[in-house]
Design a protein around this ligand. Structure first.
Ligand code: ADP
Ligand code: ASP
Ligand code: MG
Length: 455
């Protein structure tokens, strides 16, 4: 099996939730993998809908609601087991379903966060086992527990991977297997040094694929999803959105950070550091092509894409003590860091700081970012105002900061709606601003029409 040797071209393929949603979707992906001998490792997400149900279980609902979520998960997994018709696999899936039901009803033993990660990991454990068996109908395949190699810290719910250890563990436990068979493993899931299950944050399977590719020195990561590449904006939002054939790492990273859900924002970090090419395409329509993410691209359009992130919260901290004072910014950020809050945008004036927090992910996980404790600590320092229901729109391109046309046209286009905050200048690749969530879709469409459809 010469193509299988890691020294030749070798890629890691990742399939997202809709790509492994049911038996038919898994069959399509298995055929795709079988037709691409360079793919030696497959990373899968949980089947569509399963992680949401597991998150809901983790919010400790009453028994009736818990049974509903368990029934949803059961239905999805059973729907794949039946046509697969392998009694040993069905038995294993049922065993895990029983364990999951017990874990959900007994509740946390140590910390809630650790218990939630145990629950969440079941989604990818089911899908990887089932996908490996479907793939095995086409090429020799096995299923591998990624917790043996995906070493993270103990920050449950959003664990930080340790790339050096992942590389060492991949070489030790995984590399040799890839020479024998195609290996299928779980995205999103990891384990800390004590072997406790962790997860990388919602949408983290893309990141897993890139981390494993780096750990195994693969040449390419293929992200197979439900759209034929990275588009000029979310195709669900804008009918005029079109696929981008080639995009630079820097632009793609900004686009992912500012909301293009198609790629987890951290995915490109291991890819860039290890010179691994990244491709994004549709598992439903592989012949439609997709997007190549490259170190640089020949074409460097002024505006490449528009991204949108909802559920942004703006916190404004005012203090007259800030006038001519030093260290105020540092104090505010120290409080935020102590509470593990990551800030996206910042603007300052002589006596105030405005900053944004992303509440989208945290709301879905059932915990509030801006707790009473944070507000009380900030409140001791200064007067604090909180505004919710805002959306962050980012215009992504090249040398955006030094082309007056970008800011001029952007604000002319947004003009009928109020811009609540603007950030420009820190990156050559983006200009971002906040608007009310209620008008966000129309603003994205207008900006897209102005820069991309008209280009
Ligand atoms: P997967 O389950 O395969 O990881 P996701 O749902 O996480 O898929 O990401 C794919 C979705 O990302 C698309 O269906 C699309 O609606 C959304 N999306 C947002 N912005 C973009 C963009 N610029 N290009 C392509 N897709 C985008
Ligand atoms: N299953 C996880 C989620 O839904 C991870 C992923 O799909 O990338 O967030
Ligand atoms: Mg995703």
């Amino acid at each position: 099996m010469s193509q299988s040797h890691p020294n030749s071209v070798f890629s890691v393929a990742k399939f997202g939730g809709t790509s492994v949603a049911d038996y038919a979707a898994m069959q399509r992906c298995a055929e795709l993998v079988a037709s691409r001998p360079q793919v030696r490792l497959v990373v899968v997400s949980a089947s569509a809908g399963v992680t949401n149900a597991l998150v809901a279980l983790g919010n400790q609902p009453d028994a009736a609601e818990r049974d509903q979520h368990l029934a949803t998960i059961h239905r999805i997994q059973q729907g794949i087991c039946e046509p697969l018709a392998e009694p040993a696999v069905t038995e294993q899936v049922h065993l895990w379903l029983d364990q999951l039901a017990t874990l959900a009803s007994v509740g946390p033993s140590a910390t809630v966060a650790a218990w939630k990660d145990e629950l969440l990991a079941y989604g990818e454990r089911f899908s990887s086992l089932l996908f490996s068996r479907i793939l095995n109908q086409h090429v020799s395949a096995s299923c591998f527990d990624v917790r043996q190699v995906m070493r993270t810290d103990g920050h449950h719910g959003k664990a930080m991977p340790n790339q050096a250890e992942i590389r060492q563990l991949c070489q030790q436990h995984l590399a040799a297997q890839l020479e024998q068979q195609v290996v299928v493993t779980q995205g999103f899931v990891g384990a800390d040094a004590d072997g406790h299950t962790t997860t990388l944050g919602r949408g983290g399977s893309d990141y897993s694929a890139a981390l494993l590719a780096a750990g195994l020195q693969a040449n390419e990561v293929e992200i197979w999803t439900d759209v034929a590449g990275i588009y000029t904006t979310d195709p669900r939002l804008c009918p005029g959105a079109r696929a981008i054939a080639e995009i630079s790492f820097a632009e793609a990273a900004e686009l992912a950070t500012f909301g293009a859900k198609v790629l987890h924002p951290a995915t490109l970090i291991p890819a860039v550091a290890n010179n691994i090419a990244v491709f994004v395409g549709s598992s439903r329509e592989p012949v439609a092509g997709g997007t190549r993410i490259l170190p640089t691209t020949q074409q460097r359009p002024m505006v490449r894409a528009v991204a949108l992130r909802r559920q942004q919260t703006l916190v404004t901290v005012h203090s007259m003590n800030m006038l001519h004072a030093t260290g105020f910014l540092a104090e505010v950020f120290a409080i935020l860091a102590r509470h593990n809050l990551s800030v996206d945008l910042v603007t300052t004036s002589e006596v105030s700081i405005a900053l944004t927090l992303d509440e989208a992910g945290s709301a879905a996980n059932g915990h509030e970012l801006l707790t009473e404790a944070v507000l009380a600590e900030l409140g001791q320092l200064a007067r604090v105002e909180v505004e919710r229901d805002l959306a962050l729109i980012a215009v992504i391109g090249n040398d955006v900061h030094s082309r007056p046309a970008v800011s001029e046209l952007t604000f002319a286009t947004v003009a009928p709606d109020n811009v609540r905050m603007i950030c420009q200048g820190a990156s050559p690749h983006n200009l971002c601003f906040l608007v009310n969530e209620a008008v966000a879709n129309q603003v994205v469409q207008r900006v897209h029409d102005r820069f991309i459809d008209a280009a």
